[in-house]
Design a protein around this ligand. Structure first.
Ligand code: FE2
Length: 324
């Protein structure tokens, strides 16, 4: 069964073709800037511009035509409204024009499902760290539930905001990781609150003391501080849920220091840690196609018009999981 997935929750417009067993193609185009951050209207403009070409490229790479596609799946929540709209319109147009069944999927849950597929883990805790999202998610009592999360901004968003202070451009995480290799530790505010994390205080401290800090030391210490916070709450979620597997995903999961810290924590508590290839940790449409297939195989029908409405704020635990 050939499935076309479409992802457009934030900076990346992506299309992917999969069959029941494997990913046949992924084609993505990411909005970037040299300075400054994301302006929703501009990002949606980018998506509208590249939409047709990205979808066609995914079909071409998979050597299929739109007429071979038996299911269209798109990310319907959560995300930036303007951006969600573009993916939703593209998916609904193809579904209508070619009479293809259609389902909408939750972006955060799609990250977890593709991670399960790629790692072979059956029931992992997932640390999901991207620009907008920072959550520790696990399956419990019939739903994916959040066991810890940011109280203000996502860790990736925080890194990008620091990047803006330091004029590093967007996205800033990779540059911060490179600069951190030459830095040494300085003490910064540590924001763990119960099972949750917060980065607002740390950001204010950095902004107010920017001139005092050496940039390499700052980048090194930001990573040590933020990643320690994430690993601490993730370990507590593993303990609370009595689970033995951990995956880390989202754009920030590409950071090798975060992966190293997760490996150490899991080794020390007898849990298994697996990373996934960067192309599937960042926003990608393969995860949307795969989760769409799981959902469709389980419910055996298209979503209704009401079920296909996009939602910027749907929370992970609100989503009905009918395939597990
Ligand atoms: Fe994401």
């Amino acid at each position: 069964m050939i499935v076309l997935g479409i992802e457009s929750t934030a900076h990346t417009f992506s299309a992917s073709v999969i069959d029941d067993k494997k990913v046949l193609s992924v084609s993505s185009d990411m909005f970037t800037t040299k300075t400054g951050g994301l302006i929703p209207r501009e990002v949606a403009g980018h998506h509208a511009e590249v939409c047709d070409q990205v979808i066609q490229s995914a079909l071409d790479k998979a050597k299929v035509s739109i007429k071979d596609v038996k299911l269209v799946s798109f990310s319907q929540s959560p995300g930036i409204g303007n951006c969600l709209q573009i993916g939703s319109i593209a998916a609904k147009t193809l579904s209508n024009n070619y009479s293809i069944p259609i389902v909408g999927v939750n972006h955060c849950i799609a990250h977890l499902e593709i991670a399960r597929l790629l790692t072979g883990f059956s029931d992992p805790v997932m640390l999901y760290v991207s620009g907008a999202n920072t959550q520790v998610i696990a399956y419990q009592e019939g739903r994916y539930r959040v066991f810890g999360e940011t109280l203000d901004i996502g860790a990736g968003n925080f890194l990008d905001q620091v990047g803006r202070l330091l004029s590093l451009g967007f996205p800033a995480g990779k540059i911060i990781e490179t600069l951190a290799k030459k830095g040494k530790y300085i003490s910064l505010p540590y924001g763990v609150k119960g099972m949750d994390v917060s980065f607002g205080g740390l950001y204010t401290n950095i902004r107010n003391n920017l001139k005092k800090y050496n940039i390499n030391d700052l980048c090194y210490s930001i990573q040590e501080t933020v990643f320690s916070e994430l690993v601490e709450v993730t370990e507590r979620a593993l303990a609370h849920c009595m689970k033995k597997e951990l995956v880390v995903t989202g754009g920030v999961a590409c950071n090798s220091r975060l992966q190293e810290m997760c490996t150490i924590m899991c080794n020390e508590r007898g849990a298994k840690y697996k990373s996934i290839p960067n192309e599937y940790a960042v926003d990608n449409a393969a995860m949307i196609a795969w989760t769409g297939l799981l959902k469709y195989n389980s419910q055996k029908r298209s979503d209704t018009a009401d079920e296909l409405v996009i939602n910027q704020r749907t929370r992970t635990e609100q989503v009905e999981v009918n395939w597990r």
